[in-house]
Write a protein that binds this ligand. Structure first.
Ligand code: B12
Length: 218
């Protein structure tokens, strides 16, 4: 018989309904299992599995996004306990698509993968002005700022944002991505990192924050 953790992971992968994931997560809590185990062996495990399938070409983006919704529903159930148990995120990330650009799918995937790997992610959405990025970074003091651009015409907004954040003297790592960008471009605008897809983005963020590659929730 499958364990409750396997059931949760399976429900995230299959993404039948949020209610099912919520119910199973609550059941695991009622049975007295630790939140960390519910996260690591259930919700996050399921999310990682769908991420792996996508990487191998065995799952498509809508399926990944749906599973992410399932994971979020489960996390909602354990949220208060996460805080109570003092489970700390690996770091805080602010992500957004830069000014003038409304492409959201890749950015959301990156944010979601980071979240399922244990980072606290604040997604500012699309068409985010330089001023908004600076304002949020000043207020939230995240460890890392992640910028997405899908248009060649909006790439310069990445440079403007990085320059503006640095000008404020804020100590923060930056990573960029999106199809027209590259490592060469990242270096040229002073970004600390670049990644070509959501899975390698997680590895790169860990590297930038000096975290070991295999680490999950602290
Ligand atoms: C869907 C789409 C749209 C949708 C967006 C809907 C949405 N909610 O996102 C709509 C219809 C709104 C749209 C509009 C436009 N689009 Co459009 N769009 C696309 C399309 C078909 C797919 C993009 C996508 O979602 N890909 C799937 C995701 C998963 O991939 P991704 O975005 O590349 O993200 C991955 C990586 O790049 C990386 N990544 C992404 N962000 C980040 C961030 C970080 C920090 C990191 C580390 C990694 C990372 O990881 C992601 C996951 O693996 C592309 C063509 C294509 N095949 O790419 C054109 C494309 C991007 N669009 C294009 C254009 C021109 C436009 C318009 C100007 C069209 C018009 N004339 O109106 C408008 C611009 C609107 C605006 N101001 O932004 C061009 C851009 C050309 C260029 N190089 O400048 C493309 C390439 C199409 C083309 N071949 O001409 N578009």
């Amino acid at each position: 018989m499958a364990s409750i953790f396997e059931e949760i992971a399976d429900a995230v992968v299959k993404a039948e309904s949020e209610a099912k994931v919520r119910g199973l997560t609550q059941k695991a809590l009622d049975e007295g299992h630790p939140v960390k185990k519910i996260l690591e062996d259930g919700l996050v495990k399921g999310m990682n599995e769908i991420g792996e399938r996508w990487k191998q070409g065995d799952a498509f983006i809508p399926e990944v996004l749906l599973s992410a919704e399932m994971m979020r529903a489960g996390i909602d159930v354990v949220k208060e306990l996460i805080i109570r148990d003092g489970i700390k995120p690996l770091g805080k990330v602010v992500i957004g698509t830069v000014q003038g650009d409304v492409h959201s799918i890749g950015k959301s995937l990156v944010g979601m993968m980071l979240q399922s790997s244990g980072f606290e992610v604040q997604d500012l959405g699309v068409d985010v002005t330089v001023g908004k990025f600076v304002e949020v970074v000043k207020a939230q003091k995240p460890d890392l700022l992640a910028l997405s651009a899908l248009l060649t015409t909006t790439m310069p907004a990445m440079e403007d944002t990085i320059k503006a954040v640095k000008k404020e003297g804020l100590k923060i790592k930056t990573i960029i991505g999106g199809s027209p960008t590259s490592q060469v471009y990242a270096t040229s605008i002073g970004a600390d990192g670049y990644a070509s897809d959501a899975v390698s983005a997680v590895d790169k963020v860990k590297e930038l924050l000096d975290l070991p590659p295999e680490i999950r929730f602290l």
